[in-house]
Design a binder for this molecule. Structure first.
Ligand SMILES: [Zn+2]
Ligand SMILES: [Zn+2]
Length: 280
C-alpha cells in the first residue's frame, strides 16, 4: 500500500504501476488456476456430475482465455494507475481516512458500487451484443462457448476498458476508501471466476425461490456463453427479470443441471453394483 501514498512524481507513478501489475497478476492467475486445478484437473472425474456442460473444451480454447486474460490485466493496471494518479491530483473522491465519513458510510459505498457495477455491466453488455460492436468488442470473450475459470478476464482491450471504467467514473462522484475499492474488486474477480468455472453448486429451486431467484447462478452465465443472446446480468438477476432477457428456459435448464448432478452423485455412491453387473 506504500505505493498508493507516495508524493506524485514519475517514479511514484512507476511504483503504483508495478504494485498494480503485481497485485492484479498474483490475485487473478493463482485463484483462477487453483479453481482450474481443483475441479478441472484433480476433481475432473469426481465432480463431473456438477459440470454444467458435460463436454470439455479443447486445450487451445483454454490457452486463448489465459492469453487474453493477460491483455485484460494490463488494461486494468493502466486504468487503476490513471485513476490513482487522478486521486493524487485531487480529481476524484478517493479519501484516505476512514474516520472522515465513518464505517457505516464505507459499508454503504460498497453496496452502492455493487449496484452501480451491476447496472453498468448489464447495459454495457447488452450494447456490445449489438452489431457491429459484438465483433469489435465482445467476440473475444464469446470464443468460449464452454468457458473455463480463465474466461473470467478473457476480453480484448476494448472490452477490458469497458469492464474497468465503471469504477473510475464512480469515484469521480462518490467518495470511496481504497480498502473498500480493493474489497470490491476482490469479490468482483472471485465471483467472475466462479461464474466461468463451468460447475453448478446451488440447490434445486434456487431460480424460483422468492429471494434466491434474484441472485445469479454459475449456470446463468454459462448459458450466456452457450446460447449468446440472453442472461446478460452480473451478480443479481434484477435487470434480466425487469427487462425479460433471461432465457425462457433458464429455470428448466438449471433444474436439469442440478438433477444430473444429483443423479450422478447417487450413481457414484454405488460403483460396485454397477461394475459387478457389467462384469456378469
Ligand atoms: Zn456476452
Ligand atoms: Zn463470460
Amino acid at each position: 500500500m506504500d505505493a498508493l501514498s507516495c508524493e506524485l512524481s514519475w517514479s511514484c507513478v512507476g511504483e503504483v504501476a508495478y504494485f498494480q501489475l503485481f497485485m492484479n497478476t498474483i490475485r487473478y492467475y493463482p485463484i483462477a488456476g487453483l479453481v482450474f486445478l481443483l475441479v478441472w484437473v484433480w476433481g475432473k472425474r469426481r465432480f463431473i456430475g456438477a459440470r454444467i456442460q458435460q463436454k470439455w473444451p479443447a486445450a487451445d480454447k483454454i490457452w486463448h482465455e489465459v492469453r487474453w486474460s493477460f491483455v485484460t490485466l494490463l488494461v486494468f493496471v493502466v486504468t487503476a494507475v490513471s485513476s490513482i494518479t487522478m486521486g493524487k491530483l485531487g480529481w476524484n473522491q478517493v479519501y484516505k481516512d476512514f474516520s472522515e465519513f465513518g464505517l457505516g458510510y464505507a459499508g454503504l459505498s460498497l453496496l452502492a458500487i455493487t449496484i452501480w457495477h451491476e447496472t453498468w455491466f448489464y447495459w454495457m453488455h447488452r450494447l456490445v451484443h449489438k452489431k457491429p460492436l459484438f465483433k469489435i468488442v465482445h467476440l473475444t470473450h464469446h470464443r468460449s462457448t464452454n468457458p473455463s475459470p480463465f474466461a473470467a478476464y478473457a476480453f480484448n482491450a476494448y472490452e477490458a476498458i469497458l469492464e474497468a471504467i465503471y469504477l473510475p467514473l464512480f469515484v469521480f462522484i462518490v467518495p470511496m476508501h481504497p480498502i473498500v475499492i480493493l474489497t470490491h474488486v476482490g469479490y468482483a474477480m472471485v465471483m467472475n471466476i466462479w461464474w466461468h468455472s463451468g460447475y453448478e453448486v446451488f440447490p434445486s429451486g434456487w431460480t424460483k425461490g422468492w429471494l434466491t431467484k434474484w441472485i445469479n447462478t454459475s449456470t446463468h452465465h454459462n448459458m450466456h456463453h452457450s446460447h449468446f443472446n440472453g442472461n446478460f446480468s452480473l451478480y443479481f438477476n434484477f435487470w434480466d427479470r425487469v427487462c425479460s432477457t433471461n432465457f425462457p428456459n433458464y429455470d428448466e435448464y438449471f433444474e436439469a443441471v442440478v438433477a444430473r448432478r444429483k443423479e450422478m452423485s447417487r450413481a457414484n455412491r454405488q460403483p460396485l453394483e454397477v461394475e459387478s453387473e457389467s462384469a456378469a
